[in-house]
Design a protein around this ligand. Structure first.
Ligand SMILES: Nc1nc2c(ncn2[C@@H]2O[C@H](COP(=O)(O)OP(=O)(O)O)[C@@H](O)[C@H]2O)c(=O)[nH]1
Ligand SMILES: [Mg+2]
Length: 423
């Protein structure tokens, strides 16, 4: 079945792309333009549609023959004028000659089914579209190039090779082993552990870069939280006033902090209050603090933070007088750069930490498998050759889970439901 969709974001724009994929893609193009498009050639064509065959646009037409296309099928793309009307009319013209509307992620799903992409690369496509910082986009591109898979494969191969070597050694007399055999094994095990550690760090970094980190400003009313939010954003996003209790709800904005995509949240000042609305705001503030990856605390915190969360202690309004912690002033800008650096450093450390939630995406599953493999390798250091061989084999198996990974229908559905129509 031939599918079609508007691949560009909706709204007012100079150009929009209508993408068509499937066995009848070239036929669709022929019906709209009057000529069969030439693969690999760019042409400017008049598009006709509607019941009366009226002119609907002049568009640039690109054609790709299977398998040399994004989906691996015949693909035609119309680069038409943007806006609310033209792309819709081009799309409707495609429907009129037999195409149907693509589901979310269906182009990428077809690419996956036709072997043009693997699941990691399909995820990377989504990450690239969703990327909020340069660093997040670079990470997605590395995933698209298959770097993550290659790194895992290299670790798996080494674990497997070590395991084979050890098991072979169990079968021969100790005297027949080359001198320094045990030391050599110990060195390789240690080196593999370190490499796995590096890969865990990268997988965690991928997770933070994908989801964004939650950074929460917290402290008593009038401490200067909203002013600091505005100063960090470089714009007047939040209302600032000398009346305590001005901010009653949580207010958030995306921010690039040293390449880390950060959801920065300003909260109601933490205090006892008789005002019901303010009290609800204070509860919300405490909830955000409890979830935060990093809390920027403008006073000692009296509410709990999540395990592993970092607290950056700040002395605000330092233009009025200096104090403990990082001295910052929203008014003069002093210390803002240092604050951004401190938060970025806290996120770096968080990427290095062990543990963490294990949920539905590939990065999280990688972290779990890598952590289990590293744990198994710690047990290989005990010196007993049988135990060591078992431990290394377990490590190889843990990594292997992520190599020949099979994916359930649920996982695929979950992945593609996060795409937009047209991708
Ligand atoms: N001198 C000075 N005053 C500040 C600074 N930051 C905030 N203020 C003032 O402190 C008061 C409370 O600020 P606000 O950001 O609303 O605090 P919040 O209640 O913690 O959100 C306002 O009158 C601000 O103008 C600063 O860096 N220097
Ligand atoms: Mg405020």
């Amino acid at each position: 079945m031939t599918i079609a969709a508007i691949a560009t974001a909706s709204g007012r724009g100079g150009v929009a792309v209508v993408r068509v994929s499937g066995p009848d893609a070239f036929l669709v193009a022929e019906r709209l333009t009057g000529t069969v498009p030439k693969p690999g050639r760019v042409s400017l064509r008049r598009l006709r549609g509607g019941e009366d065959g009226r002119v609907i646009d002049d568009a640039v037409v690109l054609a790709f023959r299977a398998p040399h296309s994004y989906t691996g099928e015949d693909v035609v793309e119309f680069q038409c004028h943007g806006g609310a009307v033209t792309p819709r009319r081009v799309l409707e013209a495609c429907f009129a000659v037999g195409a149907r509307l693509a589901r979310r992620g269906e182009f990428t799903e077809r690419a996956l089914l036709n072997g043009k992409l693997d699941i990691e690369q399909a995820e990377a496509v989504l990450d690239l579209v969703d990327a909020k910082t340069d660093r997040a986009a670079d990470m997605a591109l590395a995933g698209l190039a298959g770097q993550r898979r290659q790194a895992l494969r290299a670790l798996y191969d080494e674990a497997l090779d070590l395991s084979t070597t050890l098991e072979h050694a169990l079968d021969v007399d100790e005297g027949e082993l080359p001198s320094g055999f045990a030391d050599g094994i110990a060195r390789r095990v240690a080196a593999l552990r370190d490499r796995i550690g590096g890969e865990i760090r990268r997988a965690k970094e991928r997770q933070i870069l994908r989801d964004g980190a939650l950074v929460v400003l917290a402290g008593p009313p009038n401490a200067g939280k909203s002013s600091l939010m505005n100063a960090l954003l470089g714009e007047s996003r939040v209302l600032v006033s000398d009346t305590p209790g001005t901010t009653r709800d949580t207010i958030e904005a995306w921010l690039d902090l040293g390449g880390w995509p950060v959801r920065l949240v300003d909260t109601a000042g933490l205090r006892e209050t008789g005002d019901a609305v303010e009290a609800a705001g204070v509860r919300r503030a405490a909830d955000e603090v409890a979830r935060a990856d990093v809390v920027i605390a403008l006073a000692p915190l009296e509410v709990p933070v999540a395990p592993g969360a970092a607290v950056v202690a700040v002395h605000a309004k330092c233009d009025l007088g200096r104090g403990e912690g990082l001295n910052v002033s929203a008014k003069t800008g002093e210390g803002l750069g240092e604050l951004a650096k401190a938060v970025a450093a806290a996120l770096e450390r968080r990427a290095e930490m062990d543990g963490g939630d294990v949920g539905g995406n590939a990065a999280e599953a990688d972290v779990a498998a890598l952590t289990a493999a590293r744990q198994a390798l710690s047990e290989a250091a005990v010196g007993d050759p049988v135990l060591a061989a078992n431990a290394v084999r377990t490590a190889a198996e843990r990594l292997g889970v992520r190599m020949g990974a099979t994916y359930s229908a649920d996982l695929l559905e979950n992945l593609f439901s996060r795409f937009c129509v047209g991708k």
